[in-house]
Design a protein around this ligand. Structure first.
Ligand SMILES: Nc1nc2c(ncn2[C@@H]2O[C@H](COP(=O)(O)OP(=O)(O)O)[C@@H](O)[C@H]2O)c(=O)[nH]1
Ligand SMILES: [Mg+2]
Length: 239
């Protein structure tokens, strides 16, 4: 199942849904919308997606998707942004990554794919990645990437308990501390062509990053010892 959080992505959401459907024929695509002032929900539905609604916020939207996927016994879940930044061509590599991992992250920085990230943002992501790596105990390069694939055991855990305000680097620290196998695969992402990012304002972004850093510490400290690894299930079926 592919989960797509989307707010005010009316001009972009249909193309995202169609490109995912073309890359993974037959897959259920669930767009989780809230607070849009445009026709995001209608366009997503017309393009063939299931549309669910959530309370405001990216993290809460994802949680609604995980609950739905868990109830549907989805054999795997991929989260994809609804603004067109995540290329559907990357989905196959993400799913292949699940053969040997519980959670796979699409990274813009693992290989230099020439993704034009403004210097300040690149620095912030680098610093957060180093910080999360420290508390998670494993080196990661793109801890704010929303392009992630996961096995059902991870989905079940997220359906039960997922952060409600900030859910990026801190989720990866939680995953690592839980003993889940996390891997990154390189992905060439695209810049946002229109619409606006939730991280538009520099002051809000800085506060968001500080909050994320704080939550990484909290996740790290609340699981001081590594829990036993998840039992290794069979490679995910139903691609
Ligand atoms: N449902 C929902 N989706 C959101 C919300 N905020 C952001 N999104 C979606 O989450 C995805 C990533 O957000 P974006 O602003 O592009 O973040 P960025 O890529 O980190 O700049 C996009 O598809 C947004 O439409 C929200 O409050 N609710
Ligand atoms: Mg974006």
């Amino acid at each position: 199942m592919v989960i797509v959080p989307a707010r005010d992505e009316g001009p972009r959401i249909a193309a995202v849904v169609r490109s995912v459907a073309a890359a993974l024929p037959g897959v259920e695509i669930v767009v989780i919308e809230n607070g849009s002032t445009d026709d995001t929900a209608d366009r997503a539905r017309l393009a063939g997606a299931t549309v669910l609604h959530s309370e405001v916020g990216y993290a809460r939207a994802l949680r609604v998707g995980f609950v739905h996927a868990h109830a549907s016994h989805a054999p795997w879940v991929v989260t994809v942004d609804g603004d067109g930044q995540h290329p559907a061509e990357a989905l196959a590599a993400l799913l292949r990554g699940l053969d040997d991992a519980d959670l796979v992250v699409g990274s813009r920085f693992l290989e230099d794919a020439g993704y034009p990230v403004p210097a300040g943002r690149r620095l912030a992501i680098g610093a957060l990645s180093a910080w999360a790596s420290l508390f998670g105990g494993q080196a990661l390069t793109d801890v704010t990437s929303g392009l992630r694939a996961m096995r059902p055991a991870v989905v079940a855990a997220f359906a039960l308990d997922y952060p409600t305000d900030v859910a990026d680097a801190n989720v990866l620290v939680r995953a690592l501390r839980a003993g889940w196998r996390v891997v990154e695969v390189p992905v060439a992402m695209r810049p946002r062509l229109s619409g606006s990012s939730q991280h538009q304002s520099p002051s809000k972004s800085a506060l968001f990053a500080l909050r994320m850093a704080q939550l990484c510490v909290r996740e790290g400290l609340s699981h001081p010892g590594r829990a036993p690894r998840l039992p290794t299930p069979q490679p995910p079926a139903g691609r």
